[in-house]
Design a protein around this ligand. Structure first.
Ligand SMILES: [Fe+2]
Ligand SMILES: [Fe+2]
Length: 275
């Protein structure tokens, strides 16, 4: 008889911190709380407000203690990070500070696989925009398809039992509910949902829909969490504005090398209480 050994990996997630040139001192406490509560920090895009290098430098200073403490910080860019026209510079400033910025790449941290993309918009389900008519519409839809392909190739690289998909835009409509119906198509794309289902992702973390809903599920029952900071502040006003995803892994391998959700892994989701 073998005893079961478990390992718990805690992911602290938030999106849409929208760091500005005047944010000095305003995010340090948040990142300190996150690093105290978790093994990994995940940032779901809109890291800065206008996509400026200056803002990225402020964010790096705010993250300073966290990155110096060697808590891994994994991130994706959001649409605001592109506004200044220099997303590569914003990304490089963050990378130079030790942040792992994923754009169609995958990384394993503490045995958990992360696949990250920005994602894109275009709408959901039968109402999604189709690549038909003008070239501009076709290129718009292609952007969403390309992001879905990038997510798929990132997921395909992971050999971990458990996979987290990190993105900025929403892959399902459920977590944008609460936003005006008219802007649903600009908040995400269900084209991102296909690879999530196919690769049996354990959970999805996204932001962007500041006025959406905290939780939903894909058509294959994968949990999706909207971790947009303004949304968390509104839904959980008495808690720090981030979400903890706690993964409990059995250290002993299963007989077939694959462990399904709800078997060897227990998902305890909650907004962290202050330390
Ligand atoms: Fe945002
Ligand atoms: Fe956004």
């Amino acid at each position: 008889m073998t005893s079961k050994v478990t390992e718990v990996v805690r992911i602290a997630a938030v999106g849409d911190v929208h760091c500005t040139r005047t944010s000095d001192g305003t995010l340090q406490t948040l990142f300190a709380q996150m690093s105290e509560c978790a093994d990994v920090i995940a940032l779901a895009g809109d890291l800065v407000d206008y996509g400026l290098a200056e803002e990225a430098h402020v964010l790096v200073r705010e993250l300073g203690a966290t990155t110096k403490a060697k808590i891994p910080v994994v991130a994706v860019l959001g649409n605001h990070d592109f506004e200044g026209g220099v997303p590569d510079i914003v990304k490089q400033i963050l990378c130079d500070a030790g942040v792992i910025v994923l754009d169609g790449e995958a990384i394993e941290i503490k045995g958990v696989g992360f696949a990250g993309v920005k994602g894109f918009c275009g709408g959901f389900g039968r109402r999604a925009l189709e690549p038909w008519g003008e070239a501009s519409i076709k290129s718009f839809v292609k952007e969403a398809l390309d992001e879905a392909l990038k997510l798929e190739s990132a997921l395909a690289k992971l050999r971990t039992e458990h996979r987290i998909a990190l993105m900025h835009y929403a892959p399902i409509a459920a977590t944008v509910e609460g936003e005006p119906l008219e802007i649903y198509p600009f908040l995400g794309s269900s084209r991102l949902e296909d690879p999530i289902n196919r690769y049996q992702v354990h959970a999805v973390l996204h932001g962007h829909a500041h006025h959406g809903s905290p939780e939903g599920r894909t058509s294959a029952n994968v949990p999706v969490y909207n971790v947009s900071m303004p949304l968390l502040k509104r839904h959980f006003p008495d808690r720090p504005p981030f979400r903890i995803l706690e993964l409990e892994r059995e250290a002993s391998p299963s007989t077939n090398g694959h462990v399904g959700r709800g078997e060897a892994i227990t998902d305890r989701i909650g907004v962290a209480t202050p330390a």
